[in-house]
Write a protein that binds this ligand. Structure first.
Ligand SMILES: [Zn+2]
Length: 374
């Protein structure tokens, strides 16, 4: 069982696919999935290769696996003991960019389905939602797949996202939600002048400082269940010409807000605007990622039960980390659990995964698919 997953992971790693390139990964996946009864729907957008692979089930319900074939750049290639696109295996460790994030998990899911099909196990409808635009802007990736599925009325009943969710061992952590992100650029306006003639000037920093203090002191309320509190960090403040005797006419600040689902973009915007209401300020808001959360219920229980059955581990249902494509599925109302390999070397020089992990993850995915009831 593990051999199939490992072989697929090696072949995916050997296909160089730095965002947004796909490097032939999807054609390779299609060649594996077609004999298993999957039909490929291409939803390409811009430079990005997106595919929905669907295998109609013998049973009711639809379970999706969402993943990305793109990887982040390698960094200095000479620092890699094994070339980043070699897929070398040594002493039970598979080396290469994407081993953990997340070609390994894609390989495990395909291997799980292949094994179940080989056993003639009746299955629910299974979809693989694969993009080559997750590590970049994520503008033409999974979101386009979800739009297409919404238009066709083929959204799944639940989805596993194969992001590397685990810390020490496969199965120790799943993510059932993520915080959202809002970035604000604030430009405070005054009037430049000579510091000995303050009556002829208006100090922009004197407007910015109290407003930024009010922003830093905003009470964001208590966090949604299981989430860390909303964090609002002023990450940049720039004002002044460098001269000691010039009153600055402009002061610019950047604010980075990571919010839990107890807050939302409109509410955050209103609170920042209120804190700046007495200033001449230009505020530019970017909703970089929407927060999402999958409630405790049968789907998360199934995932945790499968992990327990295979590994004996009591899984942590976590909400930490940055953003992921799970947000697009959750926004469409699909329950999402992120479950992949460990994440100890993601985006690092020398990314690697233990072959044993791939075997364990394949077994967990197999159990989830077998026991899924839509
Ligand atoms: Zn990833």
């Amino acid at each position: 069982m593990s051999e199939i997953a490992t072989n697929i992971a090696v072949k995916l790693i050997q296909r160089e696919s730095v965002t947004p390139a796909d490097g032939g990964c999807q054609n390779y996946l299609a060649s594996l999935l077609a004999p298993l009864g999957f039909v490929r729907t291409e939803v390409d957008a811009g430079d990005v290769t997106n595919s929905i692979y669907t295998r109609m089930g013998e049973l009711g319900g639809t379970l999706a696996f969402a993943g990305h074939t793109d990887v982040v750049p390698t960094g200095p290639v000479d620092k890699w003991a094994h070339a980043p696109f070699s897929g070398d295996i040594l002493d039970g460790i598979l080396y290469g960019r994407g081993a953990q994030d997340m070609k390994g998990a894609i390989a495990c899911w395909v291997a799980a389905v292949a094994n179940l099909c080989a056993d003639y196990t009746p299955l629910p409808t299974i979809q693989l939602l694969i993009t080559s635009d997750e590590e970049g802007e994520s503008i033409d990736g999974t979101i386009r797949i979800i739009e297409h599925m919404q238009a066709k009325g083929v959204l799944p009943d639940a989805a596993i996202v194969g992001e590397p969710s685990c810390s020490e061992k496969v199965g120790d952590t799943i993510r059932r939600g993520r915080r959202g992100a809002v970035q604000v650029r604030a430009v405070f306006h005054g009037k430049q002048g000579h510091s000995a003639y303050p009556q002829d000037a208006d100090n922009a920093i004197h407007h910015a400082a109290p407003a930024l203090a009010r922003i830093a002191a905003i009470d964001w309320g208590s966090p949604a269940d299981g989430f860390p509190p909303t964090s609002c960090q002023i990450t940049n403040v720039n004002g002044g010409t460098g001269a000691t005797n010039v009153i600055p006419g402009l002061c610019e600040a950047v604010i980075d807000i990571r919010y839990n689902p107890g807050n939302n973009f409109d509410g955050i915007k209103a609170m920042i605007e209120a804190a700046c209401s007495d200033c001449d300020v230009t505020l530019a808001f970017e909703h970089a990622a929407m927060a999402f959360s999958t409630a405790d219920g049968p789907f998360l229980d199934l995932v945790c039960d499968s992990i327990k059955a295979v590994t004996g581990i009591d899984t942590v249902r976590d909400t930490g980390g940055g953003t992921s494509d799970g947000r697009f599925l959750a926004a469409a109302g699909v329950p999402v659990a992120e479950l992949g390999t460990t994440n100890s070397t993601i985006h690092q020089v020398g990314e690697q995964v233990a072959v044993d992990e791939l075997a364990t993850l394949t077994a967990i995915y197999t159990d989830i698919i077998k026991n899924f009831e839509g």
